[in-house]
Design a protein around this ligand. Structure first.
Ligand SMILES: NCc1ccc(-c2ccccc2)nc1
Length: 243
């Protein structure tokens, strides 16, 4: 998978080259290219924004600069790309989104700042039949899209074959079965007077699996009843319902 990020703060994306993601890049599982949007400005001030039509606070990012930047970056590679625009006004980015994007050959992230990017940039891309997703990683407003890109790239790349040491962990993590993950423990057996739940040291794998499922159901019911309500009919068996 090739990932391009266009931003006025390339340094914000440096963490993508660390640790797990850095190793995935080193292993050739992912190609990452970060581009400075100002490379496509033509004025001496390298202006990327301007006042909003209709008035109101803040500034809007100029369509000319973004149009030239996207055209140039898309032309760098012949692989078909999905353009992703992080925005508080976007559709929710979920684990399902991350899973779906693992099938993409290329993702091009457009990081907005200020009040966002002139809407015509997205409209123009869509009318050229380029797939464009405006996505939100949560109901809060950041200063720009860069942090959202770090979140989404990590969520997607970790799912790519060969990236995680143990692929099973990607299957068993939260949300993969629609439930939150329950509590986890490691040595020592007792820490500050707190003991690891007995069942986890019992060696009885059926009992352990049941206990873990019950804790996941309990935590999901307490913290995210919306996830429980969204589970497909056949997702819970009789033992689950008994819980
Ligand atoms: N839903 C997370 C998110 C994503 C992007 C932005 C944002 C804020 C200002 C300008 C451009 C993007 N804020 C929140």
């Amino acid at each position: 998978m090739r990932i391009d990020v266009i931003t006025i703060f390339p340094g914000y994306l440096a963490p993508l080259r660390e640790a797990l993601l850095g190793r995935a890049i080193g292993a050739g599982l992912v190609d990452l290219a970060v581009h400075d949007l100002r490379s496509w400005t033509r004025d001496v001030h390298q202006a990327v924004d301007d006042s909003p039509y209709g008035g109101g606070p803040g500034m809007v990012m100029r369509p000319q600069v973004w149009g030239e930047a996207l055209d140039a970056v898309l032309a760098l590679d012949e692989r078909p790309a999905r353009i992703v625009v992080p925005t508080p006004a976007g559709r929710p980015f979920t684990q399902a989104t991350a899973q779906a994007w693992t099938g993409e050959e290329r993702l091009v992230f457009a990081c907005g700042r200020y009040e966002g990017i002139d809407q015509r940039v997205v409209d123009d891309a869509r009318r050229r039949d380029l797939p464009v997703d405006e996505v939100s990683i949560g109901d809060y407003v950041l200063v720009g899209g860069e942090v959202a890109v770090l979140v989404m790239v990590e969520a997607v790349v970790r799912l790519l074959p060969g990236v995680l040491g143990n692929p099973a962990s990607a299957q068993q993590d939260s949300f993969s079965d629609g439930l939150l993950e329950g509590p986890a423990y490691t040595r020592p057996e007792v820490w500050r007077g707190l003991a690891v739940p007995e069942v986890l040291r019992s060696g009885n794998h059926a009992k352990i699996a049941r206990w873990r499922r019950d804790r996941a159901l309990e935590r999901t019911a307490q913290r995210r009843p919306d996830l429980l309500a969204a589970l497909p009919e056949d997702a819970l068996d009789d033992a689950d319902r008994a819980f």
